[in-house]
Design a protein around this ligand. Structure first.
Ligand code: PEP
Ligand code: MN
Length: 339
């Protein structure tokens, strides 16, 4: 339920209300707005009507209304203003369009460092690269693991780019946390609830990819797992879903972007690489992502895609990435945003 405090409620009143919420076995999530404090009370729904009537009579409480959607904390009902995630130098979820780019997998020092220089020069803010790869086949390249994390950190050192890398299990959370700026949860792990809960305890943003067979509701419920543990910095990423179409690797659900933004206050990015699986579809789909209001892109770039250990056919050559950025820049400007 949403407990709206009166304007200029005192800290004591807010603390009292939070204590009362907890005494019912619910969790209290205060949101401090400019005008007033709104407190989300989230629990199993038991005794809801009684709790609402008790809370309505607590001093400092103006109104109490139930949250109708099952995703209580990531939904717009409780928090109207968009979540803006700040990094030094840029934000995700505000007026900026942020591009994260790099190879599917970290392979070699030279491969990663040259890609990092190239994507930085073209205007990317974050370097991507998988050090742990969740591959469909156990015989395929599984990633350089910690060595890959070290290379990502070196690339950050050299370029000033932030880094994002995939976390595939709970065991590696502390290790990956020593290196990364943003945790990436892949499509295959969208419903790895133990991992989501663990990342909810971390103090770094999490980019959560949509599972390839997940509805928007399931996607938002997975984000809810992270946020309910205390980590509100979640970025949703539409990366295509599986349909009957086989020409493209997945079917990028472009309408998911505005739908998610209407349902949730979290930033929404688009991954046109996995979303299409085809190099020559990345640029047009990226422009579509800008047009529907996505907060940014996650794009695969490789110095020699034909030699890539993974996802070569959907990886852009560095020159193509520069062209993509130049094209996207114009659309971002038309939308009144900056890159
Ligand atoms: C990736 O980003 O390389 C990746 C494995 O993506 P997804 O989880 O969307 O398949
Ligand atoms: Mn990939």
């Amino acid at each position: 339920m949403i407990i709206s405090m009166v304007p200029r409620s005192t800290r004591e009143q807010v603390e009292y209300v939070c204590g009362k919420i907890k005494s019912f076995g619910y969790a209290a999530h205060p949101i401090y707005g400019e005008e007033r404090v709104v407190i989300g009370a989230v629990g199993d729904g038991k005794d809801k009507d009684r709790i609402i009537s008790v809370m309505e009579s607590v001093p400092g409480v103006e109104s109490v209304i139930p949250i109708l959607q099952p995703f209580k904390l990531v939904g717009r009902e409780l928090k109207k203003q968009r979540t803006v995630i700040a990094f030094d130098g840029f934000t995700i979820g505000g007026d900026q369009f942020v591009v994260m780019a790099g190879p599917c997998s970290v392979e070699f020092r030279e491969q990663l460092l040259s890609t990092a220089e190239n994507v930085k020069a073209a205007g990317a803010k974050v370097l991507r690269g998988g050090a742990y790869k969740p591959r469909t086949s156990p015989y395929d390249f599984q990633g350089l693991e910690e060595e890959g994390l070290k290379l990502l950190a070196e690339a950050r050192e050299r370029t000033g780019l932030k880094i994002i890398t995939e976390i595939i299990n709970t065991e590696n959370v502390d290790l990956v946390n020593e290196y990364t700026d943003i945790f990436q949860v892949g499509a295959r792990n969208m419903q790895n609830f133990a991992l989501l809960k663990r990342l909810g305890k971390m103090k770094k943003p999490v980019l959560l990819k949509r599972g390839m067979m997940s509805t928007l509701k399931e996607f938002l419920m997975s984000a809810e797992y992270i946020v309910s543990q205390g980590n509100g910095e979640v970025i949703l990423c539409e990366r295509g879903i599986r349909t009957f179409e086989t020409y493209t690797r997945n079917t990028l659900d472009i309408s998911a972007v505005p739908a998610l933004q209407q349902l949730s206050h979290l930033p929404v990015m688009v991954d046109p690489s996995h979303g299409t699986g085809k190099r020559n579809l990345i640029a047009p789909v990226s422009r579509a992502a800008v047009a529907v209001g996505a907060d940014g892109l996650l794009v695969e770039v490789h110095p020699k895609p034909e030699e890539a250990f993974s996802d070569g056919p959907q990886s852009l050559f560095p020159g193509e990435f520069k062209d993509l950025m130049d094209g996207v820049k114009k659309y971002v400007a038309v939308d009144g945003r900056s890159l």
